[in-house]
Design a protein around this ligand. Structure first.
Ligand code: TA6
Length: 299
């Protein structure tokens, strides 16, 4: 098992982060009226966690490409890029006066990355644990010293691939109604995902779902009878909703039998088109995921 960082909040919550992929593999948080912390993320019982392949579950970090690469600079990269399959470094844990704990993990080009990807970059992944919430920030710096004009911008996609622990067939995700999206479970004749407009007030994943919502509201609720998770984001204009159900899940070697019934992926990101950051500049994408308490839960 590769090295890990575990943060323990004085009020009982905790987060466990593998240096491999900077992948959060556990977030336990109490909820109002329940002092004992409960696990909020799904990790497949058959996930590979020895650092030989990305973890099936938790919160994988997707960078610099989402899905199969489509940018000419990403052509040698694996699906979802190299961030989730690289070993990150970390320096220190910071505790603020409110008891919130933060740790920053970093990734710079290694020989293995440079063999596949020529850009100069520096990534920081900041994880902050609160009593009832967890935030993740991805800082993407273009470390090119280029002074050319026009600037030699770094073009990338980024996403937090959240596997939310939930009864998949009872989940609703709001608000996505009237949002345009691309349905990857249905291809056009040219092999592209089918463009649609969401008509449902609450999106369910009772069937195989792989939907990329573009320019969404960046403030989502994933709710089910008895529970819920809120996801607030900044700079992550798109959101992906995915559940493979048995149709696709049963074909995944690292997905436990029936695992698709135990999670929904609600993944904020910048995945339609490419974000650009000029030499010397830094882009920051952020999410805050929080437990929705009984008082506020959708009935
Ligand atoms: O985010 C949804 C998605 O892009 C799906 O198309 C599916 O491929 C999923 O990610 C899992 O991808 P992975 O490479 O982790 O098997």
């Amino acid at each position: 098992m590769p090295a890990e960082i575990i943060l323990h909040h004085p009020k009982g919550s905790s987060v466990q982060i593998m240096l491999y992929g900077a992948t959060i593999v556990s977030w336990r948080s109490p909820s109002e009226g329940r002092s004992d912390p409960a696990e909020r993320l799904f990790v497949s019982a058959t996930a590979i966690t020895d650092g030989s392949k990305p973890v099936r579950g938790g919160i994988p970090v997707v960078f610099p490409c989402f899905g199969p690469p489509t940018h000419r600079e990403h052509s040698n990269l694996p699906q979802h890029g190299f961030a989730r399959s690289s070993t990150w470094s970390w320096d220190d844990v910071i505790k603020d006066e409110g008891g919130r704990l933060s740790v920053t993990l970093t990734l710079a080009p290694t020989a293995a990355i440079t063999a596949l990807y020529k850009r100069q970059f520096h990534l920081s992944f900041v994880v902050t644990l609160g009593e009832f919430d967890l935030s993740t920030e991805l800082h993407v710096k273009n470390t090119s010293g280029s002074t050319e004009y026009p600037p030699d911008s770094l073009e990338f996609q980024a996403l937090f691939h959240n596997y939310i622990l939930a009864p998949a067939n009872d989940v609703l995700i709001t608000p996505l109604q009237n949002n345009s999206y691309f349905d990857k479970t249905e291809s056009t004749e040219e092999g592209r995902a089918t463009a649609k407009i969401e008509t449902r007030a609450g999106v369910d994943v009772r069937k195989f779902t792989d939907s990329v919502y573009e320019n969404a509201c960046q403030n989502y609720e994933v709710t089910w009878p008895g529970g819920g998770i809120g996801i607030k984001t900044a700079n992550m204009k798109d959101v992906v909703v995915w559940n493979p159900q048995a149709e696709a899940g049963s074909k995944m070697g690292d997905m436990e039998k029936g695992g698709w019934e135990k999670f929904v992926c609600c993944e904020p990101g910048y995945v339609r088109g490419f974000e650009r950051v000029a030499p010397g500049m830094t882009w920051v994408g952020k999410q805050v995921i929080s437990v929705i308490h009984a008082a506020r839960r959708h009935q």
